[in-house]
Design a protein around this ligand. Sequence first.
Ligand SMILES: CC(C)(COP(=O)(O)OP(=O)(O)OC[C@H]1O[C@@H](n2cnc3c(N)ncnc32)[C@H](O)[C@@H]1OP(=O)(O)O)[C@@H](O)C(=O)NCCC(=O)NCCS
Length: 155
Amino acid sequence: MRIRAGRESDWRRVTRGNAETAWLSFASRYAPAIPVLTFRARARRFDLRLRADGAARRALFVAEDELGYVGHVWLEERGDPWSLERYTVVLTLYVTRRARGRGTGRRLLRRAYRWGRQLGHARIQLSVAPQNTAALALYRSEGFETFLYGQTRPL
Ligand SMILES: CC(C)(COP(=O)(O)OP(=O)(O)OC[C@H]1O[C@@H](n2cnc3c(N)ncnc32)[C@H](O)[C@@H]1OP(=O)(O)O)[C@@H](O)C(=O)NCCC(=O)NCCS
């Protein structure tokens, strides 16, 4: 397995992975429920908008094995409005089902650290749904800590 910079031709797979990841994280919260095809179409439009928006520096890295694409990490540089610190945000980390449990997620994450360090960042941040036990275990084992709890309630 190797990790390389993303290319234009990767976006079809990347967008599908982004939609699956977002579905995993958010779909159970939607009431009324959204049909999965509608969700995917909206996720695709969201990605297109973000890709067209040049306001932030972003990077895409893709993992592939002998059969092709197995996952990606999509990154964005953000700034803290108060401290003015610049830091790395993981927009999506995704590994295909067939390739999970082989260290790909961890390697993609470590590629993300390298990107951030090259930009002079001292910190990386991401959001994860509380029911996503695989991702939480990965992040914990990589030294991530919770610094903010998002709260919600029905109105
Ligand atoms: C989360 C995800 C990226 C992990 O990718 P992966 O390539 O399978 O992860 P790795 O093989 O690198 O595993 C690294 C560590 O994560 C943890 N882990 C991974 N899968 C796990 C599982 N199913 N249950 C518990 N822990 C798990 C383990 O600590 C593992 O370390 P170990 O193998 O030394 O025990 C992958 O499951 C995925 O793409 N899920 C769907 C999308 C998603 O949830 N993305 C994250 C959104 S925040």
